[in-house]
Design a protein around this ligand. Structure first.
Ligand SMILES: [Zn+2]
Length: 273
């Protein structure tokens, strides 16, 4: 081969390589119906206000969400029919364990009871608890597949990281914002540690600013809500409804759906890319 041809060949390869590398870095990921981004509304810990306040409010605006009840919560027993109705309305009941174990060794965990201390669990014990929570949830909604949310976004049971085992029990898992950026490129999102933000006494403006950031980045994220108008880590009913109104007015821009549906879709898109 002549030297010039060889140089041309190298140049050609280099151009081809750059094009393909460029194709990989540029996100080809698209959301259904031309939406720019996706967001999930999730509600944790099986609080009574979820079935009495949130469910009716979501129905009013026709949004589907994911609830992660702690199955030992009193509302699950006292208001079981209402929890079944949430599932019948198209919401996801996700796995958040039976007892909500977290690592007592982490800061701010003074509220944990001794039996909830994940540092004292074995991984086998935790995985059996997760399996039992799946069985319980299946009795409520008749479904075999669902997602998981790490209680307190703690990942170590008895010192062993259980994140790598969760795919045997759930199709995807919600993490926290603790050790990751809130808004990531959807192609970079780990399906078993999806970013989330947990508002605590935040106002509608804060919630809407976060949604705008997700839209701006063509990304996917989740809200981790607790009490709406009552109980724990409260966001007021009025602020929550303002957020729903905003989402309702921007349906063409942002896809709002259950965590299961969004992550199933995201997985299929990540495989394609
Ligand atoms: Zn929780």
């Amino acid at each position: 081969m002549k030297r010039t041809n060889f140089t041309q060949l190298i140049l050609l390869f280099s151009i081809l390589f750059q094009t393909s590398a460029c194709g990989q870095t540029k996100s080809e990921l698209t959301w259904p119906n031309g939406a720019k981004a996706a967001i999930c509304l999730t509600y944790d810990d099986g609080l009574s206000n979820h079935v009495n306040t949130v469910g009716p409010m979501l129905k009013k605006y026709n949004f589907k969400a994911t609830f992660y009840p702690t199955l030992a919560s009193s509302s699950i027993y006292d208001e079981m029919d209402k929890w079944k109705l949430l599932a019948q309305d198209g919401h996801e009941l996700g796995n958040h364990t039976l007892y909500h174990p977290c690592q007592k060794s982490k800061p701010g965990m003074g509220w944990l009871k001794d039996y909830q201390d994940l540092d004292q669990y074995s991984i086998e014990q935790l995985l059996e608890e997760i399996q039992l929570a799946n069985s319980f949830l299946s009795a409520l909604d008749g479904k075999k597949n669902r997602t998981f949310a790490y209680p307190c976004a703690h990942y170590y049971a008895g010192g062993v990281n259980y994140k790598d085992s969760i795919n045997e029990y759930a199709s995807a898992a919600r993490g926290s914002s603790e050790d990751q950026e809130l808004v990531k490129s959807p192609t970079e999102i780990d399906i078993y540690n999806v970013p989330s933000w947990a508002p605590n006494n935040h106002k509608a403006d804060d919630l809407i600013a976060y949604i705008e950031k997700v839209i701006e980045n063509n990304s996917f994220s989740t809200f981790t809500f607790h009490g709406i108008g009552a109980e724990d880590m409260i966001v007021s009913k009025e602020d929550h409804e303002e957020m729903l109104k905003y989402l309702d007015a921007h349906r063409d821009e942002i896809w709002v759906t259950t965590f299961k549906e969004a992550t199933d879709y995201l997985r299929s898109q990540q495989i394609k890319n």
